[in-house]
Design a protein around this ligand. Structure first.
Ligand code: G3P
Ligand code: MG
Length: 251
């Protein structure tokens, strides 16, 4: 099993709130800040190309209508997702997953690749992402942590790359989440900060799993979670949390 390294801070959606989400520009900013790990979301275009986007539609990030799963990759890759964030980022487009992985490798960033399937294509998305990772030489790809809210997507992807660390994502803790994570061979259960308690974290750790928490933007909260035993947090404000993560990272 390759080792994700379990950094204490992971820049959410590439560069957090400091760049348009899920873009190569975000990766550059995360690296410049001194982050060692990023998270991003991968979805398939209509013609089966994995690319970085969180929502099933373009409205929020591009300011135009469009359904990702119904659009060809060529149109999506030409879609500006920078201008809505800030005019300074105009021209920043949706990247292919393979290009984001290569950029992470070049920048020395570990990559938490969240498989974010559009509804109904969970297995296909897991298969395509897994096959892409399997096709890349170890010297081409960064250190990767695979994750998904979809157990089906994660199971299929893991079958392609069983040696890559993986994490199951849930919005709210319950005992079945631990069971599912263990059944999937995950090393981590990744949980939302909302409704999370110290007892939940203790239960995850007792099961022998790591625990990562999203999305944490306040240093005080990051310190409290670290005291509970949380192994790392996803943040939109890596600039604020880097000093905290330096404290919670193993030497
Ligand atoms: O993987 C942590 C986090 O990214 C999960 O939530 O909706 O931002 O993908 P979301
Ligand atoms: Mg995500």
């Amino acid at each position: 099993m390759s080792d994700w390294g379990w950094p204490g801070l992971i820049a959410h959606r590439c560069g957090g709130a400091l760049a348009p989400e899920n873009t190569l520009a975000g990766l550059g900013i995360a690296a410049r800040l001194g982050c060692v790990a990023v998270e991003f979301d991968a979805m398939l275009s209509a013609d089966g190309v994995p690319l970085l986007i969180h929502d099933e539609t373009l409205d929020r990030t591009a300011g135009v209508p469009g359904c990702v799963a119904a659009m060809p990759a060529a149109a999506l890759l030409a879609t500006d997702v920078g201008g809505v964030f800030h005019p300074a980022f105009r021209g920043e487009t949706i990247p292919r997953l393979i290009d984001a992985l290569a950029r992470c490798r070049a920048l020395g960033l570990a990559a938490n690749l969240e498989i974010k399937p559009a509804t109904g294509v969970e297995i296909e998305t897991g298969r395509v992402v897994g096959e892409l990772l399997a096709s890349m030489a170890p010297t081409q790809r960064p250190v990767v942590l695979l994750s998904s809210f979809s157990a089906d997507a994660l199971r299929i992807a893991a079958g392609c790359v069983p040696d890559i660390s993986r994490a199951f994502l849930v919005e709210a803790f319950d005992d079945t989440a631990i069971d599912t994570a263990l059944a999937l061979g995950c090393q981590s259960l990744n949980l939302s900060r909302q409704g999370l308690s110290a007892a939940h974290v203790a239960a995850v750790k007792k099961a022998g799993l790591r625990c990562l928490v999203y999305t944490v933007n306040q240093p005080d909260e990051a310190r409290r979670l670290a005291a509970w035993g949380v192994d790392g947090v996803f943040s939109d404000r890596p600039d604020l949390l880097l000093p905290v993560s330096a404290c919670q990272n193993p030497a």
